[in-house]
Design a binder for this molecule. Sequence first.
Ligand SMILES: [Zn+2]
Ligand SMILES: [Zn+2]
Length: 232
Amino acid sequence: MNVLKKYSKYLLDILFPPVCVSCISPIQDQKKYICSDCFDKITINTAYLCPACGKRCAGKNRCHQTPYQLAAACQYHEPIPELIWYFKYHKLEKIHTLLSAILIVHIQLVLPNIETYSISYIPLHPKKERERGFNQSHILAQTIAKYFDIPCISLLKRTRYTESQTKQKGAQGRYTNIHDCFSCIDQENISGKNILLIDDVTTSGATLREATQTLRKYHPRHIVGLVIAKVD
Ligand SMILES: [Zn+2]
Ligand SMILES: [Zn+2]
């Protein structure tokens, strides 16, 4: 047996000891990516947030009229940004499972009639999807669809390549960057339907607003935008 191979686990543990993806403190269990302190910091929202002002919506009250309701599972606080980053750029299976579980718990809290919905997702431009190898929102949509036994459908495509929304300055910059960048690829599956539309993170809401406005042309019954986190 190759000597290096025999001692590889020992060597790798010394060279790259397992650490928490958020606080980088060492963790004992190699199979975990997050320490228990960081895990305990995860707080799941128990109500919708207003897409316009970010306020918690109590019951059916809505402080602003918006083209969709916003189900944001968490706020964009530690350790959520690090978990999303690792999922988005490394597709770690355990982190995918954790993020899906967070979304599923949130859906159960805010959307008791989830069985009346279809799930769709914010598409990436084909060039970006090729570079990354996958679309994180599509993967989450498929997992959630399977869990609740509801259809996962591709409704939108990007009509042009856009720079990352996180690089844009202010709400106006985000709006201009994303404006008119979606078109509908499955009009049949929208009219009269309840649609849950997944994105990973929302800041100003420009992406979800643009996508829901594209879908609204085909008369859906109701649209809920679902995200892992809302940036304050
Ligand atoms: Zn930690
Ligand atoms: Zn509001």
